[in-house]
Write a protein that binds this ligand. Structure first.
Ligand code: 5HY
Length: 235
């Protein structure tokens, strides 16, 4: 099967990091096609960037549909444009945030999310409510790390993420951690080992869930909110 993994921001180094994480998670026989739009914000930090990224994301989803991919993954932790993408697509569309929340809920009673900046927290909290999983999340923490700092080797991003994980265990009763940024995808294994609890990367969780949906023969329902967009002039 072919899975299209879309990084909705325009930072190619992040797309490549996401590609590597997706390929590590993919089962034999699954081909990962990782892309990012040529237009839109270089990183998504908060509601404004999130909205700006949607047109470019949807254009990539449309290309994937035309190519007949088996499933789509939206590789931004806000699940940018997820509902619009599901209305556009016949194939399943999985957001890395939603996937990570469900994976964490299957291995822990309570989890905490560690994301980048405070401006990214409300969108994640709203998604938890929307998905019916807010009761399972003890807290959404910000490590005070800009998204693109995760692309710089010398940044203190890892130390800041470590500190938030330690606090989530000590103060929030977190039994698992969800990494709240696609740019953290390469950190899950070492953080799991260092902190002694499941640390979930949404890219891997989304690829695995997308493969499962394809194997179950499940495609996006075309009734109700995910019905195909009505034909009209969209200037
Ligand atoms: C992400 N932003 O996964 C989100 C994380 C965030 O450009 N890729 C981004 O901070 O909202």
């Amino acid at each position: 099967m072919d899975i299209l993994v879309v990084n909705p921001n325009t930072t190619v180094s992040m797309t490549e990091k996401i590609r590597r994480a997706a390929e590590r998670a993919a089962a034999p026989g699954t081909r990962i096609v990782a892309v990012n739009p040529p237009v839109g914000p270089e990183s998504i930090e908060g509601f404004y960037d999130d909205a700006l990224a949607v047109p470019g994301l949807l254009a990539e989803i449309a290309k994937g549909e035309a190519q007949g991919v088996s499933a789509h993954v939206i590789a931004c932790f806000d699940d940018t444009g997820l509902d619009a993408a599901r209305a556009l697509a016949a194939a399943p569309v999985v957001g890395i945030g939603e996937a990570a929340f469900h994976a964490a809920s299957l291995v822990a009673g309570r989890f905490a999310v560690v994301t980048t900046l405070p401006c990214s927290v409300p969108a994640i909290e709203l998604n938890l409510l929307r998905y019916g999983l807010a009761a399972r999340c003890a807290r959404v923490r910000a490590a005070e790390v800009p998204v693109l700092a995760l692309e710089e080797r010398r940044s203190d991003a890892c130390e800041r993420i470590d500190a938030q994980i330690a606090a989530a265990k000590a103060e929030d009763g977190a039994e698992a951690i969800v990494l709240g940024c696609a740019g953290m995808a390469d950190l899950a294994a070492e953080l799991t080992a260092r902190h002694g609890l499941p640390v979930v990367d949404g890219v891997a969780a989304a690829v695995a869930l997308a493969e499962t949906l394809v194997r179950l023969g499940l495609r996006t329902s075309k009734l109700g909110g995910y019905a195909p967009p009505l034909p009209k002039r969209r200037a």
